[in-house]
Write a protein of this length. Structure first.
Length: 406
């Protein structure tokens, strides 16, 4: 119901009804004016109010002309210029005829005000000038010569006031509309920002879950396969494989628990950042090594000084690169190099696997996730076949754009 009531079509219908009722009310008031005022003047002496007015008795033509001039105001919002022209001409004709003074002369002023509320200032003043030019010649012939200039100025001032009032109303409405539009735009911007943040958080959570589960499940699959093959021939080695599975599973559960604690917000002791940090890089390398892949880790610079946002992203990139080496490349050896400078952290991970195995088809979630992490920090990322075969991942993580990071 509220939507129907506030629709533009219903608003126009409401304005039309109000204009029609207003025109009828003004017509009745003008009729009462021309009917009562002459009779009142017959019993009272002339005053400032009645002096200079034609107080002759009204005729049927008086009532007809009065209605013909005023009633078109019912269409003043739909046809403002046409109504202004009609009322101005009607007032001029009425003034030219020997008829008693009537309130119909205010009709062109109302029409002019309406033009001012709907049209530009230039159009308004052109219309006001034309209406004044039409009405003035028929308004001053019966005025004494000594008062012609004063009467002309009065009529001009009256038209100027009506036009100015309409222009001021239009400007005020435009200002209010602009303020409301700005408020709507601001609200829309806030909603868009909220949606963007939700989408970014959704992607971040997706990356975290992918990195945790993909890496852990890949190592578990490798260790489980190895344990299954040697469980009868080498029970001790199989036990080590199963112990590695238990350790990887426990580590993955710890990371998932930390991530879910942050999402729920009910665990104040849960770390804001994910559990994966460069300080645990040796554990990550150890798990991959236990899966049968030789990993050479080389670090330069002070990794403890790396900002948290770059620290977490670097860990996840190394983790995903090692996961790809285990799952896709069938690599036996991986080189991991990290170099921390004063302004950025440089990563390079290469393996001796199939190389094209990761990129044979469309870019998977792992590569795209690494690329998104680097892009969030404003860094550079490359992933593809290495110059000597295998697969190579290179990332530059600057420290200066961490506000957009994890």
């Amino acid at each position: 119901m509220d939507a129907i009531r506030s629709s533009p079509t219903n608003a126009r219908c409401g304005d039309g009804r109000r204009d029609l009722l207003g025109a009828l009310a003004l017509t009745l008031l003008a009729w009462a004016h021309v009917f009562i005022l002459p009779r009142f003047a017959l019993t009272q002496p002339l005053t400032v109010t009645t002096a200079g007015l034609d107080l002759s008795p009204a005729t049927p033509l008086t009532f007809l002309l009065t209605a013909a001039i005023i009633m078109p105001l019912a269409l003043r919002r739909r046809l403002p210029l046409a109504v202004l022209a009609w009322t101005a001409l009607g007032s001029a004709v009425y003034e030219a005829l020997p008829q008693p003074s009537t309130l119909a002369v205010v009709a062109p002023l109302i029409a002019l005000y309406t033009v001012g509320t709907l049209y530009t200032r230039r159009t308004l003043w052109v219309a006001a000038g034309l209406a004044f030019a039409v009405v003035l010649p028929f308004s001053v012939p019966g005025v004494p010569a000594s008062r012609v200039i004063g009467e002309s100025v009065r009529i001009m001032a009256t038209f100027a006031f009506a036009a100015s009032l309409g222009d001021a109303t239009r400007a005020r409405r435009a200002y209010i509309a602009e303020v409301e539009q700005r408020a709507l735009d601001a609200e829309h911007t806030r909603e868009e920002e909220a949606r963007r943040r939700v989408e970014e958080e959704r992607l971040r959570i997706g990356r975290e879950l992918h990195d945790i589960t993909a890496h852990s499940l890949s190592l578990i699959a490798v260790q489980a396969g190895a344990g299954e093959r040697i469980v009868r021939t080498d029970p001790d080695a199989a036990a080590e494989a199963f112990a590695a599975i238990r350790q990887v599973s426990k580590s993955a559960l710890d990371e998932l628990r930390a991530l879910l604690g942050v999402l729920r917000g009910d665990d104040e002791s849960a770390p804001f950042a994910p559990a994966g940090r460069l300080s645990r890089l040796s554990e990550l390398v150890g798990r991959v090594t236990a899966a049968g892949i030789e990993v050479a880790l080389e670090t330069q610079g002070d990794l403890d000084a790396v900002p948290a946002f770059a620290d977490v992203s670097a860990y996840r990139i190394v983790q995903e690169a090692l996961t790809n080496a285990v799952r896709h490349a069938n690599a036996t050896h991986v080189n991991v190099s990290l170099r921390a400078t004063a302004s950025e952290l440089l990563l390079e991970i290469t393996d001796d696997g199939r190389g094209s195995g990761v990129g044979e088809t469309a870019e998977g979630h792992g590569i795209s996730g690494m690329r998104e992490r680097v892009a969030a920090l404003g860094g550079k990322f490359e992933a593809g076949p290495g110059p000597d075969g295998g697969f190579r991942v290179v990332a530059e993580l600057p420290y200066s754009r961490g506000g957009r990071g994890e």
